[in-house]
Ligand binder design. Structure first.
Ligand code: MUC
Ligand code: MG
Length: 367
């Protein structure tokens, strides 16, 4: 069970259409495939999506920090020494996606070694999650058409709408068009990626008060400390902290200060080990939780559903699991499929997925 090698492989797969939101946009999935090898011949896998506009990481930076700092720190450790590994990785500030991918690849390797599913190791609560689809900026008619297509083709009935543009009516018109176009049966919530001020957010939420929103997420920056508390105190829906509350300490700070009343857990930035800590904290604090998406590929999406399905709290709400549908291809031998609005974990050991060697050879950028 000893780790012998950690590989960080850059790959690029284009999107059919870019995903645009208040803090950035993604045209090509330029991610990093992480492979953790052990002395038993086991290989665990995970992917790191660089999001410079949220965490400061780049594809080249993720590879550099893994090759130069993290791989030497974890080679030689047993797959069972995950707390030692977490402590060593924590000596380096930041780099959440690089650390998370190593952590998840280690869990995958452990599951494969023991011949059990990672979801069984984590909690084993259920085998599936309802899916929430994230709608990026576009014209109202195009966003309604995309939501209708997702409902018809995949049975998805929960949608997260990206907001945060100016004037706020650009976005409130979209949310209204979605409610009118898809009816009262769908679940709708909004994510501003810090694009609005607190007062713009309050005005937008007032304008959408009749639209039955489920949540509001990161409408304004958490660094606008008093403005954000003022906003959250007047809302009658839970306010999700996403990029402002990554670690357990962030969650504690934001929630106790009244700057958030719910949280997003993203395995792409906290892996399985630290997502467990965030989950347990949220459970103790009595917070609603949404499994978020960092514009993940299929490997990241299976990691999200594996974690989300492991606990009652994380599987209660629809998880953001569908943005891989917008990619032109992926690396898995058997592509993920969303049916009746649900994504199910795979039965095999570890994460239950395999990387297709031909696809990896085609999309990798280092050969
Ligand atoms: C979200 O929930 O904010 C977009 C970029 C990113 O890192 O996460 C997303 C989605
Ligand atoms: Mg968000």
């Amino acid at each position: 069970m000893k780790i012998t090698r950690v590989e960080a492989i850059p790959f690029a797969i284009p999107y059919r259409k870019p995903l645009k939101f208040a803090s950035g946009e993604v045209h090509v999935a330029e991610h990093v495939l992480v492979r953790v090898h052990t002395d038993d011949g086991i290989i665990g896998v995970a992917e790191a999506p660089p999001r410079p506009f949220t965490y400061g990481e780049t594809q080249a930076g993720i590879i550099e920090v893994i090759d130069k700092i993290f791989a030497p720190q974890v080679v030689g450790l047993s797959l069972l020494e995950r707390e030692t590994m977490a402590a060593r990785l924590a000596r380096t500030v930041g780099n959440p996606a690089a650390k998370a991918a190593i952590d998840m690849a280690v869990w995958d390797a452990l599951g494969r070694t023991l011949n059990v599913q990672v979801s069984e190791l984590l909690g084993g609560y259920t085998d599936r999650m309802r899916v929430s689809h994230m709608l990026g900026f576009d014209e109202p008619a195009a966003m309604v058409a995309e939501a209708q297509r997702m409902r018809e083709q995949h049975g998805i009935t929960t949608f997260k709408v990206k907001v945060g543009r100016r004037p706020v009516s650009l976005d409130t018109a979209v949310v209204r068009a979605l409610r009118e176009g898809l009816g009262d049966d769908i679940e709708l919530y909004v994510d501003g990626n810090r694009g609005w001020t607190a007062s713009e957010s309050a005005a937008a939420m007032k304008e959408m008060a009749d639209l039955g929103l489920l949540f509001a997420e990161e409408l304004c920056p958490a660094d606008d400390v008093l403005g954000r508390r003022w906003l959250v105190s007047q809302l009658d829906v839970p306010f999700i902290a996403d990029e402002s509350a990554v670690t357990p300490a962030d969650v504690t700070r934001e929630v106790l200060a009244g700057s958030a009343t719910a949280i997003s857990i993203k395995i792409a930035r906290t892996g399985f080990t630290h997502s467990q800590r965030v989950h347990h904290l949220a459970e103790g604090l009595g917070l609603e939780v949404v499994m978020g998406n960092q514009v993940d590929g299929q490997l990241g999406s299976i990691c999200t559903v594996v974690f989300g399905a492991s606990y009652r709290l994380t599987s209660r709400r629809a998880g953001e699991l569908s943005n891989f549908l917008d990619m032109t291809d992926d690396l898995l031998t058997e592509p993920l499929e969303i049916h009746d609005g649900e994504l199910t974990i795979r039965p095999g050991a570890g994460l239950g997925v395999e990387i297709d060697p031909d696809k990896l050879a085609h999309y990798r950028q280092d050969t």
